[in-house]
Design a protein around this ligand. Structure first.
Ligand code: M6R
Length: 415
């Protein structure tokens, strides 16, 4: 982004390569000092996508961009006739992908949370046994591979050191490596066997928002694609993909509740601790909500699968420990309601994220943020939005440096 005001033409250097740049030209040398020819590439991001466009912070701008960034991530990739997704970047490894039985997803932070949603998607839609690992832990484990394993790395920047280390290890073992990244020409895109780009323009805010929902959308497309090679019927595939088309409008409806969410944030901004709870597809959204709040507002927050509550963390609940509870109309709704009642009976305050039309929940929760109805496997694309807006408004009301929170960097390029 910093270069966009000067040029959009770039030459990517690999580790150890050297460029001699003079007014009349550039020479590039390999690590052993041999001159090499490198192709010049064009960056298609424009400068306005790296500006705030009247928003107070990049994070708010990026949250509000999501209806269009999701459109960009899915454009041309949905084939309704065949109930399938077309991901051009994966075509060259199509036959290998048919054979994959085990998927390991590696990523860090928010990207790992997207990977956790991917685990539910890949297992449910494609029947592929999926594990998700912190990239920083993966490299120190003795992973067990066979010729039917694949590794999928998710990284907005494509430059996170831990994620790259995981990919390099998998490459050394001869395992097929896939990537999802937003950065064309990034190290991740160059070092994986095949991959998919997000196409969402630069994400400037340190706290990731639009990259996360784009990663979720691409994981849905991948899961449908892998599913259609295996167990997913044309009707099921088409049903999911038709609803993916509706997601941008549904996100827009949630964004229209911005003032309501700011109002809720103003009533919870002074708490020192916060719990985030969800189950199944929305367990990863709970931990993402907790990460968003802690990284920009510095409020201690914990995300849990709601079924785990009674195994320990319920001991924390009292009037000073509020919870954000994600409970859309889905297959685990009744379980969530009974967990919510356990919190309410201990006088813990509750903000619920629920599906439009659910009146019942107002009897248990203190505050409710509604999302439009959608398929269960797509709910994370909607429930993520209130998490982002809530964290944003709490931090903004506290007057904190939202786009550059203390101690954090946008891309962590060291171990
Ligand atoms: O560029 P990456 O997606 O690899 O970055 C991974 C994490 O460092 C990143 O998601 C981080 O957790 C964000 N600050 C979260 O908002």
């Amino acid at each position: 982004s910093a270069m966009l005001v000067h040029t959009r033409s770039v030459i990517y250097l690999n580790d150890g390569e050297l460029a001699d740049i003079r007014p009349d030209g550039v020479q590039v040398f390999s690590a052993d000092s041999v001159e090499i020819r490198k192709a010049q590439q064009e960056i298609d991001w424009d400068i306005t996508s790296a500006e705030k466009n009247g928003y107070e912070h990049y994070m708010l701008k990026e949250i509000f961009e999501q209806p269009s960034t999701i459109e960009n991530s899915i454009r041309g990739r949905i084939i309704e006739d065949t109930g399938n997704a077309k991901l051009g970047g994966l075509e060259k490894v199509k036959s290998e992908l048919r054979r994959v039985e085990k998927m390991k997803i590696v990523a860090c932070g928010t990207a790992r949370h997207a990977g956790l949603v991917g685990q539910y998607l890949f297992e449910e839609l494609a029947g592929i046994a999926t594990e998700v690992d912190y990239a920083s832990e993966f490299r120190y484990r003795k992973s067990v591979w066979d010729d039917r394993s694949a590794v999928l790395a998710i990284s907005q920047s494509g430059e996170t050191a831990d994620t790259l280390a995981a990919i390099r290890e998998a490459n050394e073992k001869g395992v097929i490596t896939l990537g999802i990244t937003n950065a064309v020409g990034s190290t991740l895109s160059r070092e994986t066997s095949a991959g998919v780009y997000n196409h969402i323009g630069p994400e400037i805010s340190v706290a990731s928002s639009k990259a996360f929902t784009s990663q979720l959308a691409i994981l849905v497309l991948m899961a449908v694609n892998f599913g259609r090679m295996r167990q997913l019927s044309l009707i099921e595939g088409r049903n999911i993909l038709q609803e993916v088309h509706n997601i941008p409008d549904k996100i827009q409806k949630i964004l229209q509740q911005n003032d309501h969410i700011r109002d809720i944030a103003s009533r919870y901004r002074d708490y020192s601790n916060f719990g985030f709870l969800g189950r199944k597809y929305n367990y990863p959204i709970a931990i993402e909500g907790a990460l968003k709040l802690k990284e920009i507002s510095y409020i201690h927050s914990e995300g849990y699968p709601s079924g785990e509550l009674k195994h320990g963390s319920i001991a924390l609940i009292d009037p000073e420990f509020p919870s954000m509870f994600i409970a859309p109309n889905d297959s685990v709704y009744d379980k969530n309601i009974s967990n919510m009642e356990e919190i309410a009976s201990r006088k813990g305050r509750i903000i619920a994220v629920a599906t439009e039309g659910n009146e019942e929940i107002t009897r248990i929760a203190d505050d409710v943020i509604y999302i439009p109805d959608t398929l269960e496997c797509l709910t994370p694309l909607l429930t993520a939005i209130p998490m982002q807006l809530f964290a944003y408004h709490v931090a903004a009301l506290k007057g904190l440096d939202i786009d550059q929170p203390r101690n954090l960097a946008k891309s962590v390029t060291v171990e």
